[in-house]
Design a protein around this ligand. Structure first.
Ligand SMILES: [Zn+2]
Ligand SMILES: [Zn+2]
Length: 329
């Protein structure tokens, strides 16, 4: 098998050939059809997150075909198409798992972080965390972003609240381009904030239903009910607080963000709140995939051959991608 491997943080991934692994009890071996590149992969490669395992194969938005089943696997068959998300394992017995918050598990194993992920031709995944894929869309590249960008947007949208009619989105990348369509389909108004001067991203947002699009240095034309921040820039937190109405919510959707600068308490006062979204439960992913089944989404992707994973990461880092970058083995 081939894999793009992170041996040292902040250095390019290296192409390696390895023998094809065998699935252990409860595991599946998949032949990877496509794997999208998430901003979390960039934070891993750039050493912005602590790295518990090196070398590691990144990638946690995997669409694959079941090739081999380990002992005791039920509910999957060879030839099935499944998705592998970020949450690759949760313990099932900590207080968070018991309460249904497996996204906050005390002993999780994340795909492409604790265990090798999908920047590869093959991957081993825990069967219980693989998601059946029955979408009308058949192009694996257009399904891959629905395994993290989509459900993280979905969970963030739930955190924004059902009353969030006027919704701000800061950072219009893979997650925002999907959640904008979900929010619009739900009858909400989307206000998209991009890097200042990024007129292409603003036009992209308007094309996907945004009522307004402008730079993150601009004021929203109306007070917002809630805002979701996908860009990893802490300076957007006070900006978003200033854009939301009394009682408005600001939700941070990323795993890493630069420091949030100090700001006057009065920007938070009047019952505004700031919260974060961490990881995903399997239920989030299933809910989102059910929504995508009923409301086909336009998934914009730029595909790269697996060996060009470093170019894809560079393009994501530089903000050159409309929608999601996807690797094809
Ligand atoms: Zn992700
Ligand atoms: Zn747990």
């Amino acid at each position: 098998m081939r894999a793009m491997v992170l041996n040292t943080a902040m250095l390019p991934l290296e192409l390696e050939r390895r023998s094809i692994p065998q699935p252990g009890p409860g595991e599946l071996r998949l032949r990877v059809l496509a794997c999208a590149v998430c901003r979390t992969d960039l934070h891993i490669v750039d050493g912005e997150l602590p790295l518990p395992v090196l070398p590691i194969v990144p990638g946690h938005e995997i669409v694959g075909v079941v090739e081999a089943l380990g002992a005791g696997v039920e509910g999957h068959r060879a030839g099935d198409r499944v998705g592998v998300p970020w949450l690759g394992h949760s313990c099932g017995c900590c207080a968070f798992c018991i309460e249904g918050h497996e996204n906050l598990c005390d002993a999780p194993r994340f795909t492409g972080y604790h265990r090798d992920g999908g920047f590869a031709s093959h991957v081993i995944a825990e069967a219980a965390f693989c998601l059946p894929l029955t979408l009308p869309e058949t192009d694996a590249a257009r399904i891959a972003p629905l395994l993290c960008a989509g459900p993280i947007g979905w969970r963030s949208l739930k955190a924004a609240g059902e009353g969030a009619h006027r919704l701000g989105l800061y950072g219009f990348g893979a997650a925002a381009h999907l959640v904008a369509q979900v929010a619009t389909a739900q009858g909400r108004e989307v206000y998209a904030f991009t890097r200042p001067g990024d007129h292409e991203a603003q036009a992209f947002a308007r094309g996907l239903g945004a009522r307004w699009a402008g730079g993150s240095d601009e004021c929203a034309p109306e007070p917002l009910d809630a805002a979701i921040i996908f860009a990893p820039a802490g300076g957007l937190v006070p900006a978003a607080l200033r854009a939301v109405r009394k009682g408005g919510r600001v939700v941070c959707g990323g795993i890493h963000m630069s420091d949030i600068p100090a700001f006057p308490y009065r920007w938070l006062w009047e019952e505004r709140s700031v919260s974060s979204v961490a990881n995903l439960t399997r239920a989030d992913a299933r809910e989102f995939l059910d929504f995508a089944q009923a409301h086909p989404l336009q998934v914009h992707v730029r595909t790269y051959p697996l060996r060009q994973a470093n170019e894809a990461l560079d393009d994501l880092r530089a903000g050159r991608i409309e929608g999601a970058a996807v690797l094809l083995p």
